[in-house]
Design a protein around this ligand. Structure first.
Ligand SMILES: O=C(O)C(=O)Cc1ccccc1
Length: 419
């Protein structure tokens, strides 16, 4: 067996990553960053702030403009462009719309996440009946789910204290990662505080009295369309497919516009809500179709070791060889299992790194790597692995350390199933 010695121990220099212009960087130890003991909530929160708040990113087509990217948490601007529609849905409004009044903070806003069962406001993209709404309900029973017309709006709602959490679908057992949503995680400063996995059960919905033969179009969220592709063909539906923002929104659109030639792929709950018929039930190609959603909050949660935790990180490197091998070995030698590894090309899309003086620097990386591993940041193995990863990488961000969803699949309780 090979023995490998690592040229560093517990010392983690965050400043060379996040503050490239700083002359005399202060060194933080892994212990202070991840707070072994004594571990207080404020220790952990301020540590995470150090790790993550100095980094913001922006997808840009033109790299030259990257140094002038506005701050992502620009509350002043954001207050003027979010508005609440009469149906309770949040949307992006015009700059001259009546601005939102920021909600005054109360002591309970500053306390740890409310106890199970209390009313938490959870923003999701879509309209009632969307799978993200169901994911919010699974993660936070009795929460108030707030529909938003775009993911960006859901993120902003949390940043502005209009909502407490945002729900984001990030990967699917069939289609893999939802890359756009991973990019959103980087462009905002929210923390992953939980995950839920949902068996998704799709239905083909149409207006009452409409038969399959009348259809010329099927509309839905792109993930839903791709998850049902073969079954649609088997049903003889070689008709146009059209992508819309969310599954339940597709059902609502068919109903509101009385579209007799169009079906929607959505949940059975959406059929009930919008008065549509279920033409075909369970039309996903993979009967074990599962979508993973993450829950996002303004503050990270305190990682624990008394139950299984997962940690999500993103990193990039700009020099060195075999970097991925070295990074993976940091986990392998500590027996930490990875549950996900994914590379994402990031050419021509600079990431904006912000230093302590809030001066932004655009950095170009060829690839970003997303890794999820099965350990809590309160676990010394994870802390050591990450301090090692940091040595090989030029950009590293902990997206969150959170309890794993351990619920076993139960097809009979699939979301969207109306039985
Ligand atoms: O559109 C929805 O209902 C969503 O929540 C996104 C989605 C789409 C397809 C499968 C899982 C989640």
């Amino acid at each position: 067996m090979h023995s490998i010695s690592f040229p560093y121990s517990n010392t983690l220099n965050l400043n060379h990553i996040f503050s490239p212009k700083r002359v005399a960087p202060t060194r933080l130890t892994v212990r202070s960053v991840y707070g072994f003991e004594p571990l207080t909530r404020s220790d952990w929160q301020s540590s995470c702030a150090i790790l993550t708040s100095n980094v913001a990113s922006q997808e840009l087509n033109d790299g030259a403009a990257a140094d002038h990217v506005p701050a992502v948490n620009d509350h002043k601007n954001a207050f003027t462009d979010l508005k609440l529609l009469p149906n309770g849905k949040l949307t992006v409004g015009e700059k001259n719309d009546k601005p939102f009044q920021p909600k005054p903070l109360t002591i309970s806003d500053l306390s740890p996440a409310p106890m199970h069962g209390s009313q938490l406001r959870v923003a999701y993209q879509g309209v009632p009946g969307a799978y993200s709404e169901a994911a919010a309900g699974k993660a936070y029973p009795n929460c108030e789910a707030i529909p938003c017309d775009q993911f960006d709006v859901a993120f902003k709602a949390v940043e502005l204290w209009i909502a407490d959490r945002a729900v984001l679908p990030v990967e699917n057992s069939l289609g893999g990662s939802i890359h756009r949503n991973y990019d959103l995680l980087l462009r905002h400063r929210l923390h992953i505080v939980g995950e839920v996995q949902l068996p998704v059960h799709h239905c083909l919905l149409a207006l009452p009295g409409i038969r399959k033969e009348y259809l010329t179009r099927v509309i839905s969220h792109p993930q839903a369309l791709s998850q049902c592709e073969h079954t649609l063909t088997k049903l003889g539906l070689n008709v146009a497919r059209e992508a819309v923002d969310d599954t339940a929104g597709a059902a609502e659109f068919v109903a509101n516009n009385n579209l007799r030639d169009t079906a929607a792929i959505a949940s059975a709950r959406a059929a009930d809500l919008y008065g549509l018929n279920v033409l075909a039930d369970g039309i996903q190609d993979d009967p074990n179709n599962v979508t993973r959603f993450v829950m996002l909050a303004r503050e990270p949660i305190i990682p624990r070791t008394d139950r299984p935790f997962k940690t999500s990180i993103v990193f990039a490197h700009d020099k060195g060889t075999s970097v991925l091998f070295k990074v993976l070995s940091a986990f392998a030698f500590r027996n930490i299992s990875l549950t996900k590894i994914e590379s994402r090309p990031h050419r021509n899309r600079p990431i904006r790194l912000v230093d302590d003086e809030n001066v932004g620097t655009a950095k170009h990386f060829e690839y970003l790597f997303y890794v999820d591993f099965e350990a809590s940041m309160a676990d010394v193995r994870a802390q050591n692995a990450l301090s090692e990863v940091q040595e090989f990488t030029s950009f590293l961000r902990v997206l969150g350390s959170y309890p794993m969803d351990m619920t076993p699949w139960n097809p009979s309780s699939s979301i969207g199933d109306h039985h």
